[in-house]
Design a protein. Structure first.
Lengths: 244, 244
């Protein structure tokens, strides 16, 4: 059977994450239900990154195998007609049968949006973390500098995670201030569970002046986050792009 | 009693417009309920512009009179604690007792957002009108040029409206294309009922090539919109600013 990849965008607000689970709406469930209607048979998808509950995507990628019923150019419109309005397929193409969105991705880009205005931007409230106290972007940037590159990031993984290795490469981490927003753009070869949100929470502590920028390097080296830096809320996070 | 003005932002998605009406949630109702809790008495507000059902605001202005209980600097936080999260007070100050947000405004700025991507931007779906077919921005700009200035805009008011005069001054009308979006920025001394959305609908017809740009001038002169240009949906419209 031919294999396809889809580029997918979604508003994660209403979903318990990407991955299928019992008794909860997930993006994967909606997508597989739409594929089942379209193809008349069960189709399983695999995603490049399993986004958590409440996390959004502008560039999730999934792959699946299906009979040659629908030309790739027609797939987005056909699926969008079957999907809820907070999930939109924006691209599709046929791929090699051994293509895997998860394994073949060499980098992913996540963006975290902080709303640093004195009052929240009401039209961005689902897509940003509102931090009312002013953040010092310069010290956040100083702290971010020591996170770039290949490191053992176990200090920033969620407690109780279990993976073979906690070494990851953060190709870049840019902090951009624009109007009342601060955007943190992470590009890496892979991310530990809640790593982006834990780094963001820690950088916000730095921005608030509660944590010295140099301490972030110590946290990374010691492999222990300690009391600093809570996990930033899911709604500010968006999977922007998967690079193959 | 001292008089105050508030600068108000809201996501209009859940509301039947600004103005109080029977058996429907409105922004005015929420605001007056919050003021009643704060002051312990009934407080009526007057708004600069009564936005329709589903229309948003980044810069609505209201005025009211109230006892000297809460200093103006504390009003936004006090009210935001009582308001739902889709209504946010972003500023407050004491004003002259005869100040009227409605009468004293000499200009209002409305922005209409069109999402012209082949697929809708899922994170902007509540705040933009998705038009999938490509729009010709140059011809829309040509058509917009003849609308600027002081004209009788009755061709663009909603059917059944009843106002003393339908002459308004459109100080400026800018069309800005950025990524997949087209922003129409209207600045005028006043707007007839549904005027912005009717002009937008007509300019979209021009952008789609269904209406010649020159015909928009004819429509304005003849005072009759005819079959061209449906009313653009409410969700793309936002009251950006009121100028005093």
């Amino acid at each position: 059977m031919p294999a396809y990849m889809l580029c997918l965008t979604y508003d994660g607000t209403a979903y318990h994450g990407f991955q299928i689970q019992a008794n909860a709406p997930t993006v994967q469930l909606c997508l597989e239900q739409a594929l089942a209607v379209l193809y008349g048979s069960t189709i399983r998808v695999e995603a490049a990154g399993r986004t958590d509950a409440g996390v959004h995507a502008r560039g999730q990628v999934v792959n699946f195998s299906a009979p040659t019923l629908v030309p790739e150019s027609r797939l987005p419109l056909a699926l969008n007609g079957l999907l809820p309005e907070d999930i939109v397929v924006v691209g599709a193409r046929q791929v090699e049968e051994d293509f895997s969105a998860r394994r073949d991705a060499w980098a992913k880009v996540y963006a975290y949006t902080i709303d640093n205005g004195p009052f929240p931007d009401v039209l961005q409230r689902r897509y940003a973390w509102h931090v009312a106290r002013p953040l010092d972007l310069a010290s956040m940037q100083k702290a971010a500098a020591c996170l770039r590159g290949r490191h053992d990031f176990r200090a920033f993984q969620a407690a109780g995670s279990c993976v073979k290795t906690t070494v990851r490469t953060l190709y870049s981490l840019k902090l951009i201030g624009r109007r009342q927003f601060i955007y943190l753009i992470f590009k890496g070869d892979g991310f530990l569970y809640k790593m982006v949100r834990n780094i963001t929470g820690t950088l916000v502590e730095v921005g608030l002046g509660r944590l010295d920028p140099a301490v972030v390097g110590d946290i990374l080296r010691q492999g222990c986050r300690g009391p600093a830096g809570a996990t930033a809320p899911a709604r500010g996070l968006c999977l922007e792009k998967v690079i193959f």
